[in-house]
Design a protein around this ligand. Structure first.
Ligand code: FES
Length: 568
C-alpha cells in the first residue's frame, strides 16, 4: 500500500528526524509514523462562523472513526467564511479559501482528507481546493439547525425576509423583531431551510462525496456524530485504496447532482459553485446543462423557501436517499460513491415516511423545479431564475424598467416617495456582478419600494447581475452575464425601457433596437472600483463571469497531490 505520508514520516536521516520530531511534541508515539494512513481533518471551525461553531466536537467524532479504522488523524484549520458576519460578502473569499485548502492539503503529510463544511461557502471552497489536489476526499457537513420556534410556529431563515418587510410596514414591532432573532437560531448548525448551506450538503451527497444522510441529519442530532465517526472510518479506506475525487466526480455524478438539486428546489448559488467544482475537475459543464437536466425533474421536496417544511423534516421523512430513490428513473444509479457502493445501491432500501414533505414523481409537489436558464439580448451568456420560488403570474411579464446604477443608488432611492414605480415595473439593479461589486453579493432579491409594499404587493420582477440568498424567494432574475461592469447589455438599460420576461420560452428581452444599443455602448464608462492593492485587486483581475462559476482563471483544473520541491 503506497502512503504519501511516508514521504514525510518514512524518511531516514535528517529529513525524517525533522518531519517526526516536532510532531512528537503533541505526544504522538513513534509507531504512529510507521505506515498508518494519515487522515487530515480540514476544519472550518470559527466562532465568527456560527453555523460551524460546533465543529470541534464534530472533528473529535471523525477522529474516533479514524483511530478505530487504524488511521492517524491530524486536524488542521483553514479560512472559515461566516455568511452572516463577513463583509462585504463571503463569495469574495470563496476562491481565496479554496487556495488555502488546496495548498494546506498538498503541502502537508496526509493520505486522505475529511472536509468539515457547513455555512454556505465553506462547502464549495473546501471541495474546490481538495479537487485541485485530488487526494482521497470525503465531506462531513455540519447539519442543519433545528427549526426555530416563534409565537408557537416554526420559523427559519426565509422568515427573515418576511419579518423585515413586516417591520418596514410597521406590522411587526422592533421588540418582536429582536425576540424573533433568538427564536430562529436556537440550536447549532446551519440555516434550517433549503438555503445554500443545505443545498451544498445535498450536492456533496448526490455527487457521491459524502455518506448517505449527510445532507439532512440535524446538527443537534447525535446521529450527526455517528455519521462523522463513520466518515472517519471511510476516509481510512479511501486512503488505503487511493480512491480519489477524479474517480467519483465524473460527468454522470455532476448530472446526478443537478437533477437531485432540481427535485429539492435548491439554491440558485448551486449553479455557480457546481460549475466551479466541475472546472477544477476538468469536467465540461455548461449553464445550459442545468436547464436541460432540470427540465424533466419535478419538485419533490416541500421545503422552504419553495415550500413549507424544514431540512430536519426532510430527514425525518426519509432524507436525501428517499429523494434519490424516487428519482431513480432519471439518475445515473451506477455512479460510484466514496463508500464503495453506487448511488443506487446506497438508496435501495430508502423509504419515504411522509408524503407531505417528499412527494412522489407521479404526484409532485410542483411540476416546475430547479432553475430556468434565461437567454436573450439582456443576457447572451445566460441568467438564472428559480421558478419554484417565483410568482406564477409574473413568469410571463413585460414591464417598464426602473433602473438603479449600483447598490448605493438603490439604497438611496428605493423608498423615495417620488420614485416613479408601480407594481408592473421591472426593477433593474446594475453593477452587483462578480467584478462590479467584487464577490457578487446576495442583493438580487432587492426589497420592493415602500410605496409598492404599502399596496399589499409582495413580488415584482427584479433583474440584476448579482446573486440571491438560497433562503430568498420572488420573481428574481439573477447572475445576468455578461455583467454590467464589463459592458454587458445590462449596463445599457435605461429608465422606461421595456423588458420582457418569459420563463416558459426561457427569454429575457430588452426592447431596444441593436443600433440604439450600439449607440449607448459608445457612452459606456467602466466604473472605477478603486481597489488598487491586495486580494480584491487580484480578484477583480482574475474572476470569471457567473456562467463560468466565478472561479479565478488561473485556478481551473488540478495540479495533483505532488509537491514539486522538498523543504530541506
Ligand atoms: Fe450559515 Fe445560513 S448563515 S448557513
Amino acid at each position: 500500500m503506497y502512503l504519501r505520508s511516508q514521504e514525510w514520516f518514512g524518511r531516514t536521516g535528517k529529513d525524517g528526524f525533522i518531519y517526526r520530531a516536532w510532531m512528537k511534541n503533541q505526544g504522538f508515539p513513534h509507531h504512529l509514523f510507521e505506515g498508518k494512513p494519515v487522515i487530515g481533518i480540514c476544519n472550518t471551525f470559527s466562532e465568527l462562523t456560527p453555523c460551524n461553531a460546533h465543529f470541534r466536537d464534530l472533528a473529535e467524532a471523525v477522529k474516533r472513526g479514524v483511530w478505530e479504522a487504524g488511521g492517524f488523524p491530524l486536524e488542521f484549520p483553514v479560512m472559515s467564511l461566516g455568511e452572516c458576519q463577513m463583509k462585504p460578502t463571503t463569495m469574495l473569499f470563496r476562491n481565496l479559501a479554496s487556495m488555502d485548502v488546496e495548498e494546506s492539503i498538498r503541502g502537508n503529510s496526509m493520505d486522505a482528507v475529511v472536509l468539515l463544511c457547513g455555512c454556505d461557502k465553506t462547502t464549495p471552497s473546501l471541495v474546490m481546493g481538495a479537487c485541485s489536489v485530488d487526494l482521497p476526499t470525503t465531506v462531513v457537513s455540519g447539519g442543519p439547525m433545528l427549526a426555530g420556534k416563534y409565537k408557537g410556529r416554526n420559523i427559519g431563515t426565509s422568515d427573515l425576509w418576511r419579518f423585515a418587510e413586516a417591520n418596514k410596514k410597521g406590522e411587526m414591532s422592533q421588540e418582536e423583531f429582536v425576540a424573533a432573532e433568538a427564536c430562529m437560531a436556537r440550536s447549532q448548525g446551519h440555516c434550517a431551510v433549503m438555503g445554500t448551506a443545505s443545498t451544498m450538503a445535498a450536492m456533496v451527497e448526490s455527487l457521491g462525496l459524502a455518506l448517505p444522510d449527510n445532507a439532512t441529519i440535524p446538527a443537534a442530532d447525535s446521529r450527526r456524530k455517528v455519521l462523522a465517526h463513520m466518515a472517519g472510518m471511510q476516509a481510512v479506506e479511501l486512503a488505503k485504496n487511493n480512491i480519489r475525487p477524479s474517480q467519483i466526480l465524473t460527468r454522470q455524478a455532476f448530472e446526478n447532482a443537478i437533477m437531485v438539486n432540481a427535485a429539492l428546489g435548491g439554491s440558485t448559488n448551486f449553479i455557480i459553485h457546481l460549475t466551479a467544482i466541475a472546472g477544477r475537475m476538468g469536467v465540461q459543464l455548461s449553464i445550459d446543462d442545468f436547464d436541460k437536466l432540470s427540465a424533466q425533474i419535478p419538485l419533490l421536496a416541500n421545503l422552504q423557501p419553495s415550500g413549507e417544511h424544514f431540512v430536519e423534516d426532510l430527514f425525518y421523512a426519509g432524507g436525501l436517499p428517499a429523494i434519490i430513490k424516487e428519482l431513480s428513473q432519471f439518475l445515473h444509479n451506477d455512479a460510484m460513491t466514496i463508500n464503495g457502493r453506487t448511488l443506487g445501491e446506497n438508496c435501495q432500501t430508502a423509504e419515504c415516511y411522509n408524503r407531505e414533505v417528499i412527494a412522489s414523481v407521479a404526484e409532485p409537489f410542483k411540476s416546475e423545479s430547479g432553475v430556468a436558464i434565461l437567454k436573450g439580448n439582456l443576457c447572451p451568456n445566460g441568467a438564472v431564475l428559480k421558478p419554484s420560488a417565483a410568482t406564477p403570474e409574473l413568469m410571463q411579464h413585460t414591464g417598464r424598467a426602473v433602473v438603479f446604477e449600483n447598490i448605493d443608488d438603490y439604497k438611496k432611492r428605493i423608498d423615495d416617495p417620488e420614485l416613479d414605480v408601480d407594481p408592473t415595473c421591472v426593477l433593474v439593479l446594475k453593477n452587483v456582478g462578480p467584478k462590479g461589486y467584487p464577490g457578487m453579493p446576495e442583493v438580487g432579491n432587492m426589497q420592493l419600494p415602500a410605496k409598492v409594499l404599502a399596496q399589499g404587493v409582495h413580488d415584482m420582477v427584479r433583474i440584476s447581475d448579482g446573486r440571491m440568498s438560497g433562503t430568498g424567494f420572488g420573481t428574481v432574475v439573477l447572475h445576468v452575464s455578461p455583467e454590467a461592469a464589463v459592458g454587458g447589455n445590462l449596463a445599457l438599460v435605461q429608465n422606461g425601457d421595456l423588458i420582457t420576461l418569459d420563463v416558459e420560452k426561457r427569454l429575457l428581452h430588452l426592447h431596444v433596437e441593436p443600433e440604439e444599443l450600439a449607440q449607448r455602448l459608445t457612452h459606456f464608462q467602466p466604473i472605477d472600483l478603486g481597489y488598487e492593492r491586495g486580494y480584491t485587486r487580484m480578484y477583480i483581475h482574475h474572476v470569471l463571469q457567473a456562467h463560468e462559476g466565478a472561479d479565478f482563471d488561473f485556478l481551473q483544473g488540478s495540479s495533483g497531490p505532488v509537491v514539486k520541491r522538498d523543504s530541506h
